[in-house]
Design a protein around this ligand. Structure first.
Ligand code: SF4
Ligand code: SF4
Length: 239
């Protein structure tokens, strides 16, 4: 349980820091930057997440994402599972046109000419005026409503524009088969108790997932809840 306490503490700290780092996850600022040929802070962050996912998969979502942390806090109010399935594709219908538009704007501006990490922030801080706070609370309210109405981490499943970068990296690392962080399972020891399913913050059918080889799911955020809740120690991290 110690590991899960560390994980929860990390995502809670990131959530507390969100007023400072909010704009570094913005889907809007890359548009303004692309129009001026500037790579903004959030584009840098998304690129780093893509590269990191080639080794860690979606571990950022499980261990460091501030919005993920906020949604996990909501599970004490509503612990229902997200439907998932084909609905998970919604985020790709958001991501593809979003990224394509940014690239088109950059081409029209003559390409990216420079990187400005703190672009559109005041001294690198995201929220320093009333208008920014209004946008911030509207965004948090949408995430909150989705988590309460749609189920655990519904925003991650259906909306998040950062997730597809990491799904892409995870798929690549899985195909290329070099050492990277993943799950493995000793299936014989499983008693089908279902505790892992109950604990999974991404509503994955872990019991079924461990029967597959490799043990993976594009929605798995490598949080380790299933590892730490399993009484038979069936699941573990491996490289
Ligand atoms: S399958 Fe396990 S590691 Fe993956 S999201 Fe669910 S609980 Fe976390
Ligand atoms: S918690 Fe462990 S024993 Fe129980 S169903 Fe999951 S993997 Fe099997």
């Amino acid at each position: 349980m110690k590991r899960q306490n560390v994980r929860r503490a990390l995502i809670l700290i990131m959530f507390i820091l969100l007023p400072v780092i909010f704009l570094y996850f913005s889907p809007a600022i890359p548009f303004f930057g692309a129009m001026e040929g500037i790579v903004s802070g959030s584009m840098v962050v998304f690129s780093v997440l893509l590269v990191a996912s080639l080794f860690w998969g979606r571990a950022f979502c499980g261990w460091l994402c501030p919005v993920g942390g906020m949604q996990e806090c909501c599970t004490s109010a509503s612990n229902k599972n997200t439907k998932g399935g084909k609905l998970n594709l919604i985020k790709y219908f958001i991501w593809v046109p979003w990224l394509t538009s940014i690239l088109i704007l950059a081409v029209l501006a003559g390409g990216f000419k420079r990187i400005d990490f703190t672009y559109c922030t005041t001294g690198g801080i995201s929220l320093l005026n009333t208008q920014a706070y209004i946008v911030y609370y509207v965004c948090l309210s949408i995430v909150l409503i989705l988590a309460l109405a749609g189920g655990k981490r519904a925003f991650c499943h259906y909306v998040c524009w950062a997730a597809p970068f990491m799904v892409l990296g995870s798929k690549l690392k899985s195909r290329m088969k070099y050492p990277s962080l993943k799950l493995s399972a000793d299936r014989e020891k499983c008693t089908d108790c279902g505790l892992c399913n109950k604990k999974c913050p991404m509503s994955i059918n872990v019991k079924e997932m461990i029967k597959r080889d490799p043990v993976e799911d594009s929605e798995c955020i490598l949080c380790g809840e299933c590892i730490d809740s399993c009484p038979k120690k069936v699941i573990k991290y491996s490289l």
